[in-house]
Design a protein around this ligand. Structure first.
Ligand SMILES: [Zn+2]
Length: 270
């Protein structure tokens, strides 16, 4: 694996580092919590067995500065905090009655930058055609990741939904048609318990049903915090959107779908 190259998020040439998905500070999913969230979402199924012999991909694609100073120091903590609050909420439902939504705090611009950074990092620059590197979607993602603007570029929409599986999924450039006739949707995906995100490219009019859109500008500041309502009804199936299923058609290069069954490492106790 190439140790040097162009950083896929900032474009700097130099030594490349490994991106970790889910972030190293994310707590491993506990089976009891996954089952509980599955009950809440009415999607109880057998736990996903680990894929034997499946080698988790290493995303050696970003420079140390993007990895440590941007993702590691600023963006991932906001992503992990949001995921932790959803987990805490799931645990609390063992003693509370269930509302329709989980309301949790979130720093939406930082979460958006974390999600976009990990999605970008999934494909090293050397594996892209030059036109892919320069595509409007990739340029918009890199600009947002590196900048401090509040709103997402108009070409990008970020949506989130609750996700009850131990399986981490990262997929780029899925093209999906919902049946009977919605789409096609072009989307990138990052899923790890208890939340899943999709970055929709160039969907000017409609959100996909039942997914809650994240508007970072609502926080008023790049590090601002909002109360975010995560809907618990009508969540998509846990293998949506990377598996075709009965509700849609998928056009995808399997080179760009990564399933990561390793658990997150234990949280550092510093
Ligand atoms: Zn970089």
């Amino acid at each position: 694996m190439a140790r040097h190259g162009r950083c896929v998020t900032c474009g700097a040439l130099g030594k490349l580092t490994l991106d970790h998905v889910p972030p190293r500070s994310a707590v491993p999913a506990r089976p009891i919590e996954i089952r509980r969230l599955g009950q809440i979402l009415s999607s109880i199924e057998q736990a996903d067995p680990p894929r034997r012999g499946f080698a988790a991909p290493d995303f050696r694609s970003i420079c140390a500065r993007c990895n440590n100073e941007r993702l590691g120091a600023v963006y991932d903590p906001a992503l992990v905090a949001f995921a932790d609050r959803v987990r805490t909420w799931v645990r609390s439902t063992l003693i509370l009655t269930l509302p329709q939504d989980a309301t949790v705090q979130m720093k939406p611009a930082l979460v958006a930058r974390a999600v976009i950074g990990h999605i970008l990092a999934a494909v090293p620059e050397r594996k892209m055609q030059p036109e892919e590197w320069a595509s409007p979607a990739n340029e918009a993602m890199r600009d947002y990741f590196l900048g401090d603007s509040l709103a997402l570029p108009p070409i990008l929409q970020l949506v989130v939904w609750p996700y009850a599986s131990s399986r981490t999924v990262l997929a780029r450039q899925l093209v999906r048609v919902e049946l009977p006739s919605q789409g096609p949707y072009l989307l990138d995906v990052l899923k790890f318990y208890p939340v899943a995100f999709a970055l929709l490219i160039d969907q000017s009019q409609t959100d996909l049903p039942h997914l809650r859109r994240i508007y970072p500008e609502m926080a008023g500041h790049p590090a601002g915090e909002i109360q975010f309502r995560l809907p618990l009804t009508n969540a998509p199936h846990k293998s949506w959107p990377e598996s075709p299923g009965e509700t849609g058609i998928l056009l995808v290069s399997t080179e760009r779908v990564f399933v990561i069954d390793r658990a997150a490492p234990a949280r550092a106790t510093s």
